[in-house]
Design a binder for this molecule. Structure first.
Ligand code: CMP
Ligand code: CMP
Length: 401
């Protein structure tokens, strides 16, 4: 029997086409194939010829699904191996992946003109307040943070306004000053609400970090006010800083037992979105009964978990807090309220100076799905632990205040 050889590149070529068909659902597959492969050939020709001038903004934002990224990825795969930032894959849509890739080892001179949006004192103080808990800004030095704040601009939104549409190219990162927003994800032609932002937090970082199309639609469900940061400044400062963060936290994150089952690339995505927070001895990190929006991993120091319960054993002691657990380096806390969607079941205090890596609830849900079984198993021990301590069962979700 003769042996049929599959020509190199055929599988990838057809996969690329198939992905675009699934993504765009064209009415006529043949017409779509003609246009897809014609654009692919043109993109290849463009990628093969040396650039004459830097791409203009409009060129950079031109949506051209996957095609140029395909051609560029093929022609530059060797260079890509040196980069610390995630390499856009074949399915990426952005045109300028090569021009924008950042190599942290090359201490290149920063020649881009700085973006500055002048602000009144009142605006500046509102902006500072909105940004004070933004995890992506936590590891910036003073100068970087000041450049970020200078570049941010105010945007007010109306009810039902789409701030971001899934599938679009990424233009800005947004910090919420006020307002509520729905996070909608369309998959298999079904729109699902995967979460909300309630008057604080930030969104729109993924497309800018990874050169991917917007992964979700963000719709205002009230009037609101946002602070935007343009893509170029975001990449110049935040993405550059993330490369540094990866080096700083890589080995620690790899040692965290909870995260062992994740792929290396999944762990690095965690590093990209975490922020480091420092607490002084005795400082309260979590308050029982509060609404929850963050998850914590202890980087150094010790954390005491205290509960105020209404059980019989604690009745005489009034409303006193009782220590129920101690968490150490590499351990996590603050997952229970996020998993159960209930208020915090206990309070957490720093014992000595403590450093924690903190993740917001949206990243927790997006990135820690594979660790959910381990967390749920540990949650099932909390109840036993409480019964052992207080001698009677208590509802973890009744903060009992
Ligand atoms: P980006 O893909 O740039 O634009 C949509 C944003 O929605 C995304 O960045 C995240 O900041 C935010 N988001 C929040 N939850 C999710 C989720 N579950 N999947 C994808 N994006 C999400
Ligand atoms: P959360 O309820 O979000 O905030 C308080 C955290 O304390 C909780 O998540 C757990 O991570 C942690 N914790 C540790 N031991 C217990 C326990 N026995 N009961 C409840 N919470 C506990």
């Amino acid at each position: 029997m003769s042996h049929i050889q599959i020509p190199p590149g055929l599988t990838e070529l057809l996969q690329g086409y198939t992905v675009e068909v699934l993504r765009q659902q064209p009415p006529d597959l043949v017409d779509f194939a003609v246009s897809y492969f014609t654009r692919l050939r043109e993109a290849r020709a463009r990628a093969a010829s040396p650039p004459t001038a830097p791409p203009s903004d409009s060129q950079r934002l031109e949506p051209d699904p996957g095609l140029v990224a395909d051609a560029v990825a093929e022609s530059s795969s060797e260079d890509d191996e040196d980069l610390d930032v995630p390499i856009p894959n074949r399915f990426d849509r952005r045109v300028s992946v090569c021009a924008e890739a950042y190599n942290p080892d090359e201490e290149e001179e920063d020649t881009d003109p700085r973006v500055i949006h002048p602000k009144t004192d009142q605006q500046r103080s509102r902006l500072q307040e909105a940004c004070k808990d933004i995890l992506l800004f936590k590891n910036l030095d003073e100068e970087q943070l000041s450049q970020v704040l200078d570049a941010m601009f105010e945007r007010t939104v109306k009810v039902d306004e789409h701030v971001i549409d899934q599938g679009d190219d990424g233009d800005n990162f947004y910090v919420i000053e006020r307002g509520t927003y729905d996070i909608l994800v369309t998959k298999d032609s079904q729109i699902r609400s995967v979460g909300q932002y309630d008057n604080h937090g930030s969104f729109g970082e993924l497309a800018l970090m990874y050169n991917t199309p917007r992964a979700a639609t963000i719709v205002a469900t009230s009037e609101g006010s946002l602070w935007g940061l343009d893509r170029v400044t975001f990449r110049r400062i935040i993405v550059k800083n993330n490369a540094k963060k990866r080096k700083m936290f890589e080995s620690f994150i790899e040692s965290v037992p909870l995260l062992k089952s994740l792929e290396v690339s999944e762990r690095m995505k965690i590093v990209d979105v975490i922020g480091e927070k420092i607490y002084k001895d005795g400082e309260r990190i979590i308050t029982q009964g509060d609404k929850a929006d963050s998850f914590y991993i202890i980087e150094s120091g010790e954390v005491s978990i205290l509960i105020r319960s209404k059980t019989k054993a604690n009745k005489d002691g009034g409303n006193q807090e009782v220590e129920i657990a101690r968490c150490h380096k590499g351990q996590y806390f603050g997952e229970l309220a996020l998993v159960t969607n209930k208020p915090r079941a206990a309070s957490a205090y720093a014992v000595g100076d403590v450093k924690c890596l903190v993740m917001d609830v949206q990243a927790f849900e997006r990135l820690l799905g594979p660790c959910m079984d381990i967390m749920k198993r540990n949650i099932s021990h909390y109840e036993e632990q409480l019964v052992k301590m207080f001698g009677s069962s208590m509802d973890l979700n009744d903060p009992g205040q």
